[in-house]
Structure formats: C-alpha cells, structure tokens
Design a binder for this molecule. Structure first.
Ligand code: ADP
Ligand code: MN
Ligand code: MN
Ligand code: MN
Length: 336
C-alpha cells in the first residue's frame, strides 16, 4: 500500500515563521527521502532561483490519517546541501552537540488561543467582552471552558504520534489553552513542538477554528500567551548551585535572550499578568512575577530545573533552546 507522507517545514515569514506542509506519496517500502518546494511562495527564495530542498530530520506516525501514514518534519536546505538562512535548527544542532556532555533537557509549555469569526472562542458574539479573568484557568463548565473537544482530540493525536506530551490545561483567558512537551533533549523537543503545533492547527481546522500563537491576542487586562521553557542540565538535576549559576548566567545575556524569544515580546512582558518587564532581569523561588522561576519543590529538594518564563507563545523553539544551552552550558564550561 502506498503511504502518505506529510512533509512539514518552517518557512521564512517575518517576523514569525509559519509551518508549511505538503503530501508525498511513497511506494510500498520506500523511505522518506529529500524533496523540494517552491521557496518563492514561502519567503525563502527569489522567483528565478526558487528551488529549496527538504531534508527529513524527524519522522512519526500521522495520527490524522492513521494506518502506515507518516509525518516527516524537515530542515530546509539550499540546493548545494547547506542549511538555508531561515534554518534555525542547523544552528541549534551545532550548539547542542558542543555541550552534549552536560545533558540538557527541556519542557516547553505551549500556550495558544482559539479564534473563531475574528474573536477568541468564548468571547461574546456581536462584540464586547466576557466576564473578567478569574474562573477560566483550569475551569470546568460551558460558561468557562471553550474548545475542549478540540483540545482532547489534539491530546490523543499528539500521544498517538508518540510525542512526549506531559500535560494540558485551560488557561487564564477564555479560549486560551496550554500543552507541554518534555522533558526531552534538543533538538528533539523542538521538533516535537513544531509537529504538535501543526497537529493543533490541523485539528482545529476541522472544527472551523484557528489556533493562534499570538503573544497578546487581546489588548488590555487579559493575559498574553507564552511558552515558558523549563531547563535543566545533569548538574542542575543533581545540585542547587548549578541552578543558581544558570539563573545568574541568564542575567548576563538579558537582551540577547529577549531578542530571540518571539516577535512582540514587549507587548506581553509588561510586568503585569504574571510577567516581569522585558527591560529587567530577575529570578526567584516560586515567583511568577520574575523572568526566571525556580519552582518551590526544586528549592526544597535542592536540585531540579529552572523555568524561563519570558519566551512568547510564538517563539521559535529551535532558537530558545539554542540560547539556553549556549548561555547556561557555555557559562558552566567557562566559555562565556
Ligand atoms: P507550570 O507550573 O509552570 O505551569 P508545567 O507543569 O506546565 O509547569 O510545565 C513544567 C514542564 O517542565 C513540564 O513540561 C515538565 O516535563 C518539565 N520538566 C520537569 N522536570 C524537568 C527538568 N528536570 N528539566 C527540564 N524540564 C523539566
Ligand atoms: Mn504550565
Ligand atoms: Mn500557562
Ligand atoms: Mn509555567
């Protein structure tokens, strides 16, 4: 039987890249090989040199089509086989390899917001606002929870694809949700996050709903959407000093991190709505108003991980994981 292989790649859209996909039919027993696409339609090439190359890097079962069908996440290459300038995974690979001995792992909390008819799911038809925030986070009931059928379907799909889902929850604003991928090493954690995002868009599409990673979907007194990134190295999982050293190292590269944490970060990291202002760096135990939080259990155990709360929902997971490894592992190795 022919197999449908859904090839996924990250495009060149600015300031926030988009996922693209198309289907390749594989003959019985055929492995998913390199393929091509029209880069002039994805902000990745001029029209007269439009060919870009898809290099498969992560394959998993396709839970939407089922059977033997697969999803094939790719890196984008130029026709000479070198990484395309928009290929942020290639840079991550280098840094992850350099510090592989420190055994960094990540858990990424992906927040997102469902939209239908131009407003968040659960916002009143005809305009205006729902009741203020307070009851929606981890809520239950038709007056508080919107889109659960999509969330459940997505959860089953992510698990069927074999991705490392660690949980889901309803968020602070109506129509806003979260799922977490991890703990897994890079680049795999980021590969899985891109696939899980694609599954979310794809499943919501069947419900006539769009899932968005807009970091501030509603202006005013409503929470933004983030991608808190939990991080540990072997040394951090064994002792507290390495966690403090990691938190301190992040403070020395504040601007570089904020610059790589997603477009529109200044809109979200205002100092309100469980954020620290993007212009300042702070860390603290249990502090959801700090840039970086050390969970209370981690302080109690004297080992574990830290949570960088700054990344936006629309962050490129290849970039946030590269920056964290480079800064924290680099400092531990005496390189910066
Ligand atoms: P929060 O309390 O901030 O909402 P979540 O439960 O949503 O936290 O997410 C925590 C994430 O941290 C999970 O994805 C989990 O897998 C991950 N995590 C747990 N332990 C570690 C660790 N040692 N290193 C990195 N990530 C970890
Ligand atoms: Mn969470
Ligand atoms: Mn959250
Ligand atoms: Mn969190």
């Amino acid at each position: 039987m022919a197999v449908k292989a859904e090839y996924l790649w990250v495009d060149g859209t600015q300031p926030t890249a988009k996922l693209r996909s198309k289907t390749k039919i594989l003959a019985d027993g055929e492995k998913p090989g390199i393929w091509g696409f029209d880069g002039s339609s994805t902000n990745q090439a001029p029209g007269d040199k439009s060919d870009c190359v898809l290099q498969p890097v992560f394959v998993c079962p396709d839970p939407i089509r089922g059977g033997d069908n697969i999803i094939v996440l790719c890196e984008v290459e130029l026709i000479d086989g070198t990484p395309h300038p928009t290929n942020t995974r290639a840079e991550l690979r280098k840094v992850a390899d350099k510090y592989a001995d420190q055994e960094a792992i990540f858990g990424i909390e992906q927040e997102y917001t469902f939209f239908k008819d131009g407003r968040p799911l659960g916002f009143p038809v005809g305009g205006g606002y729902p009741a203020p925030q307070g009851g929606y986070y981890c809520g239950v009931g038709a007056d508080e929870v919107f889109g659960r059928e999509i969330v459940e379907e997505h959860m089953d799909a992510v698990l069927a694809a074999g991705l490392h889902l660690s949980g889901i929850n309803a968020e602070v604003m109506p129509g806003q949700w979260e799922f977490q991928i991890g703990p897994v090493a890079a680049p795999q954690v980021a590969d899985e996050l891109w696939v899980a995002r694609w599954l979310l868009y794809r499943i919501a599409e069947d419900h006539g709903v769009s899932a968005t990673l807009d970091p501030k979907p509603v202006k005013g007194d409503w929470n933004g959407a983030g991608a808190h990134t939990n991080f540990s190295t072997k040394a951090m999982r064994e002792g507290y000093d390495a966690i403090i050293a990691g938190a301190e190292a992040l403070g020395k590269k504040r601007q570089e991190h904020v610059d790589g944490y997603g477009a529109g970060i200044d809109q979200r990291l205002t100092g309100l709505h469980e954020t620290a202002p993007w212009t300042e760096y702070s860390y603290g135990v249990s502090d959801r108003g700090a840039s970086v939080r050390i969970p209370w259990q981690v302080e109690k155990d004297g080992k574990g991980y830290l949570e960088d709360r700054r990344p936006n929902a629309n962050v490129d997971p290849y970039v946030v994981t590269r920056l964290l490894i480079d800064t924290i592992c680099g400092a531990a190795a005496g390189d910066n």
